[in-house]
Design a protein around this ligand. Structure first.
Ligand SMILES: Nc1nc(=O)c2c([nH]1)NC[C@@H]1CN(c3ccc(C(=O)N[C@@H](CCC(=O)O)C(=O)O)cc3)CN21
Ligand SMILES: CC(C)C(=O)C(=O)O
Length: 287
């Protein structure tokens, strides 16, 4: 089926792949490491479905994260804890199908990897086989080293996530900055343990900027900050926060680049008004 006659959904990503275009080179984990070595920063955003993924890929966002934050940003839960592997896999599959260039990382949900390296491996394999993910992310430092090693040795690139780890909010005592004062040493240890275990990159969430910069200088793999200052090699935000689809109180680390909530609200109201007034559909929409 040609792109013109495709009924819906078949955007440029799939067309390009089937036509075998040579121009676009996929981002691989080694490219991120090389960017760090060159001192170039890269951008990561969450993505949970086709059109956002396609758009961010087109914009040149290097890494897309199918975050367990889908729990609160897609499924309407209050936290990331309730989301399941079976819920996340279809979202990850949609994102990998929709990109040509971006590296797609799938988050391992709470409870799907902490029990043992074997559990982690079996869960990660599902994301690789059923969703075609390019890598997985898991939360935790020193105590997750066996999991990270098992996955890496089994052919699955791992992005680690340290500092404030939302799946452990009940242990961490809420949404709090990690690594202040004496705890800074701990964050550096966590990062080194993840690098040593084979992680290809490290997300650092809500860590003081000076500590995150120290961590970034003390590991050779790229660090990706969220609320961790500009001293990281990359940055990540949840897209509905950054582009203003979500409303209400935002974490301090968010910068809002658009007001999508306002755009959609106006559009939905205009549509409803036209329907009520009988001005939509018009002649040209009628067969
Ligand atoms: N929409 C959304 N954005 C996120 O950044 C995000 C999710 N969801 N879900 C999973 C985790 C949870 N995260 C969060 C959520 C809230 C705060 C927050 O409210 N922070 C406050 C308090 C900081 C403090 O206590 O010092 C802030 O003002 O930053 C931080 C991280 C990051 N992740
Ligand atoms: C906030 C980012 C880093 C994340 O882990 C998620 O979106 O699930």
């Amino acid at each position: 089926m040609s792109e013109e006659t495709a009924p819906y959904g078949t955007g440029p990503a799939k067309a390009q792949q089937t036509e075998g275009a040579a121009a676009i080179k996929r981002i691989r984990t080694h490219h991120l490491r090389e960017m760090k070595q060159r001192g170039e920063r890269f951008a990561m955003l969450t993505a949970y479905e086709q059109y956002a993924a396609q758009t961010f890929d087109e914009a040149g966002i290097e890494v897309l994260l199918v975050g367990d934050s889908a729990s609160n940003n897609v499924f309407g839960n209050e936290t990331s804890l309730p989301v399941t592997v079976d819920e996340l896999i279809p979202l990850a599959r949609a994102v990998t199908r929709s990109v040509r260039r971006a590296l797609v990382v799938a988050d391992l949900p709470f409870g799907s990897y902490q029990a043992s390296p074997e559990q982690a491996y079996l869960t990660a394999v599902r994301f690789m086989k059923e969703a075609n993910a390019h890598a997985v992310k898991l939360e935790g430092g020193v105590e997750m080293a066996p999991q990270v090693r098992k996955l890496t040795e089994g052919g699955i690139p791992v992005m680690a996530h340290i500092g404030f780890t939302p799946q452990s909010e009940h242990n961490l005592g809420g949404y709090r900055v990690q690594g202040r004062g004496d705890a800074a040493k701990r964050v550096i240890e966590e990062a080194r343990a993840m690098e040593e275990a084979g992680a290809f990159s490290i997300v650092m969430e809500m860590v003081p900027g000076d500590v995150a910069a120290d961590v970034t200088a003390s590991v050779s793999i790229p660090t990706i900050g969220i609320g961790a200052g500009a001293g990281c090699d990359g940055q990540v935000l949840v897209w509905q926060d950054a582009f203003g689809l979500r409303t209400g109180r935002m974490p301090r680390f968010v910068r809002q680049y658009a007001d999508l909530h306002g755009v959609l609200l106006d559009a939905a109201r205009a549509y409803a008004a036209d329907v009520r007034a009988g001005t939509f559909p018009a002649e040209e929409h009628t067969f």
